[in-house]
Design a protein around this ligand. Structure first.
Ligand SMILES: Nc1ncnc2c1ncn2[C@@H]1O[C@H](COP(=O)(O)OP(=O)(O)OP(=O)(O)O)[C@@H](O)[C@H]1O
Ligand SMILES: O=P(O)(O)OC[C@H]1O[C@H](OP(=O)(O)OP(=O)(O)O)[C@H](O)[C@@H]1O
Ligand SMILES: O=C(O)c1cccnc1
Length: 481
């Protein structure tokens, strides 16, 4: 089972088949440019939060066909001849990767990762790259929606037991932390990424004792610093909270304070208000109320509107599975290919005009209005265009409705695609997680609140330069002819 740790074959069979066919036809060394983007924002949100780069970089760094992989391929497909396998044995990723940084707010139809290299290597990495980007970006975006309604309350990620397996649990915990969650219950995620970890206790702890009172006391004796007791096993207000107060008295006798209580069933608004009154009248104003039970952004928003006295929200299933929209439809499209030593733009035509890809190797800039300091639009150009880099007046128009346009000159253009891998060498220093989280928070501050709101947000414009648009029109015309 050594191959379990090598992710080189974490790809679709058709990629290897295409690599083989290129190799067989002698076209494997031809250059290609792919761009990864998504067409539709998840959850009806106005933005997505990019995550997944760290794992993409790690994946590329460790790409290697080992003996086990090669033996497996030989056994799977008799057409793969030994010359091809030999070529894979020597394989090293020598291409370039540009990507937006984790924590960046990203929008539909703009490249968020761009991969250049031989068709052989660029095709190989598609599947894993999309896998990491789609899942982690989805969870970071879901977490960001929850963060918005929590209004600064503490958010704990509790999803592991209901996540779609182990990788989803740990990388989902990381994505949630980037988007502003404060801690995770997953110790492995804590150890891997340095995310703060937090935990209360389960119902089994209470069930496993002769009485709730005895259970609380035993737990508090073992973990006297800031312990949180789960009060809903039998009867929250008649037994759970009074027993927690008794435990607080014990803690006071040894110079400690009760951390708080957790509610995990019933009417969380009502129970939290009543529990708050009981705790306050016992002099435990500092004890926090934690709530959990299939929470998501809609429930948290509603509970707050009902005046719930909840300080900390434990969020599991709905977050880690992105239950209301369990996938992000990010795609990886060929935008340019080498022909006779030169790169030519290529297009993917679709009956749906919004799905026709934007051809050509592109860059994307965040156009910052110098007067307001806010992000005005994202602007995609062909890679060799310099106008926007030089700060010249640019025309902003909607690529689907090009008659809607305006000009802009008082701007600063921030390039979003950063060099990550250059000729196979990692040139990007992966920032510490804390820095990514802070950067994400700063990102939120540069967008108008109308774009950030959860319900029916304003559409943030993503524009195409006139030249890039013209290339697209020319190619559509050429294909029609
Ligand atoms: N005041 C409230 N307003 C709206 N939804 C709430 C409120 N309180 C709790 N909920 C949510 O309602 C859902 C169902 O809660 P309910 O209490 O019926 O089930 P439960 O607690 O899981 O059941 P049980 O008591 O058998 O464990 C949960 O998602 C919970 O978070
Ligand atoms: O509801 P979620 O958002 O997914 O949050 C995680 C849930 O997992 C635990 O329940 P579980 O019944 O698994 O264990 P328990 O016996 O400790 O309550 C916890 O009590 C939460 O209810
Ligand atoms: O610490 C907790 O309370 C916890 C952890 C995981 C899942 N549910 C609750």
């Amino acid at each position: 089972m050594d191959g379990m740790n090598n992710l080189t074959l974490h790809t679709d069979k058709y990629q290897i088949n295409m690599m083989y066919a290129h190799w067989k036809n002698g076209t494997d060394g031809e250059g290609a440019v792919f761009e990864a983007f998504f067409r539709k924002l998840p959850f009806g949100n106005g933005y997505a939060v990019f995550a997944g780069l760290e794992r993409i970089v790690d994946f590329i760094r460790h790409l290697k066909f080992g003996e086990e992989e090669l033996a497996y391929l030989a056994q799977q497909e008799e057409n793969y001849d030994s010359g091809f396998l030999e070529c894979l044995r020597r394989f090293q990723f020598k291409g370039n990767v540009h990507a937006v940084e984790e924590g960046t707010l990203v929008f539909p139809n703009e490249p968020i990762v761009r991969v250049e290299g031989t068709i052989f290597e660029t095709q190989l990495v598609e599947t894993a790259l999309l896998n990491f980007m789609n899942y982690q970006t989805l969870i970071a975006t879901k977490a960001s929606r929850i963060k918005q309604v929590a209004n600064g309350d503490i958010l704990l990620e509790f999803g592991t037991r209901r996540a779609q397996e182990a990788d989803a649990a740990v990388w989902g915990a990381r994505a949630s932390y980037i988007a502003g969650f404060h801690a995770t219950s997953n110790m492995h995620a804590g150890m891997m990424f340095g995310i703060p970890t937090k935990g209360t206790h389960a119902h089994s702890w209470v069930q496993g004792h002769e009485s709730e009172e005895e259970a609380f006391l035993a737990y508090a004796k073992a973990l006297p610093d800031g312990v949180t007791l789960l009060v809903d096993t039998y009867d929250t207000l008649r037994s759970g909270v009074p027993n927690a107060i008794k435990t607080a008295r014990y803690l006071e006798s040894i110079g400690k304070r009760l951390g708080g209580i957790r509610l995990d069933s019933g009417d969380l608004a009502y129970l939290s208000k009543e529990a708050r009154k009981l705790l306050d009248s016992a002099g435990l104003q500092d004890a926090k109320i934690v709530a959990s039970n299939d929470l998501d952004e809609t429930l948290i928003f509603n509970l707050k509107a009902q005046g719930a006295k909840i300080d900390t929200w434990g969020v599991g299933t709905q977050l880690i599975t992105a239950a209301d929209q369990p996938s992000l439809g990010g795609v990886y499209k060929l935008t340019a290919r080498e022909k006779n030593g030169e790169y030519i733009p290529v297009i993917k035509i679709s009956a749906n005009p919004e799905k026709v890809s934007a051809p050509g190797k592109k860059d994307v800039y965040r156009i910052m209005n110098k007067t307001t300091g806010l992000a005005e639009a994202d602007y995609m150009t062909l890679h060799d265009e310099t106008d926007v880099r030089d700060g010249e007046r640019i025309k902003l128009f909607d690529p689907v409705h090009p008659y809607i346009h305006r000009y802009m000159s008082n701007y600063e253009a921030v390039p979003l695609l950063k060099p990550i891998v250059v000729e196979g060498e990692i040139v990007y220093e992966l920032p510490p997680l804390e820095e990514i989280r802070n950067y994400h928070e700063r990102q939120l501050a540069i967008f108008r609140p109308e774009i950030l709101r959860k319900l029916n947000p304003d559409l943030y414009p993503v524009h195409l330069s006139e030249r890039a648009w013209q290339v697209k029109m020319d190619l559509i015309k050429a294909h029609q002819e």
